[in-house]
Design a protein. Sequence first.
Length: 331
Amino acid sequence: MAFPTADRHSRRDMLRRAGGTALASTILGGTGWRSAQPARADDLTVVDSRTDDPRLKYYRFATSAIGWDPGVNVLVPADYETSGRRYPVLYLLHGGGTDADFRQWDGRMGIDIRSETSDLPLIVVMPDGGHAGWYSDPTGSAVGPRNWETFHIKQLLPWIDAHFRTVADASGRGVAGYSMGGFGALKYVARHPGEFASVSAHSGPASLRSQNGTMVHWANLSSAAVELGGATVYGVPWNESLVTADNPIEQLDAYRGKRVFLAAGTADAGVPLSDVIQESHVLVSQREFSEAMRAAGVAYHRREHPGGHLVDLGLFRDDLADLADFLDKAG
């Protein structure tokens, strides 16, 4: 499976555009636009919706947490309309890039989420997360609010439970993602352990401070270039308390008693250089995280696969089947 074209090109786009935002990043790193008041759970309005497939529901929302109207796909089980039962929910987070959005799982990476879940008793929620939003409420923004964590956790999660027949507690809720979304999944459990029972990171970094803080630097650079108009996720200099709170390896107790699945490529010979660069950092961070988890007595599953910065289809299928079996199917 090739590295997703959209993400490969967008990485170069980010670096190219970063030069024009470097000064703004320095100026706005810890300032810029932030919501004066926290967004409320009921501050979510459907402005567009469509059902082109009986299983796939599309929504677009207006929310004060985000300065534009983010999209969300909700994929329901084949028997949802007739069964009357409640289902566990998987929040599936996309990766970063100028072409990456909530539709990434619907065939864009060689993965057809409709087919892969056709026989699973699982609701799959796939929300927008920004081109480089890092599933965070950033330290600032020069382009209006980009509070993705607030939108997902404080607004979308309760909206889904209110509008679909879900198992509406942590026992019936999982979160997973690819690349930036894999980090987002780990980060959401680190910050909100009471909301999820399962977490999966496919080629997602698991340590922000690893390798001299490579991931914090990348989050700041990419968010300044394509998401926040020169402002950054973690600030310049870093907001250390925010980095610590978001950093999976510094929040190990949050994963205790949960299902944790990690996957990364070994970037073997023949892998494109861009994949080698990206996945080598991911692989090191996942190995460090898993070793820290082992030392702390926290259970996890970790797999390595030949290849680069991608979602391995076989491991993704294994992950889906196992998490669907793990999550509570009450109702």
